[in-house]
Design a binder for this molecule. Sequence first.
Ligand code: 5GP
Ligand code: ZN
Length: 113
Amino acid sequence: MDCIFCQIVAGKIPSQVLYQDEEVLAFRDINPAAPTHVLVIPKKHIDSLADVADEETPLIGRMVKIANRIAREEKVAESGYRLIISSGKDGGQVVPHLHMHLLGGRNLSSKLC
Ligand code: 5GP
Ligand code: ZN
């Protein structure tokens, strides 16, 4: 298993876990781009958003719901936050295991890139 995030799911690489259930894991990003920077991932390995099967799309909704809950817990829900899923090379995805970034705690640019 050479996927970093699968190794985090398996507990082989330590991480600061904020939430987990049978399907989803949320942990702090090792190189935070904002005061709150959390990654929400499926425990199952899916390469990217482009590889989500039709029957797996409810998982994305669950990831959003969990990110929203963490945003409230991190006290950034009122000030505002951003959820990002980068997909593929041009999308800027570096780790090839589907993940959603939750960013908050500072004013993020209104420019998307
Ligand atoms: P991407 O650029 O693929 O959308 O985001 C990958 C994210 O994973 C980056 O923000 C990076 O800092 C984070 N990351 C990479 N390796 C690790 C790790 O071993 N542990 C944690 N907690 N985050 C990681
Ligand atoms: Zn993986």
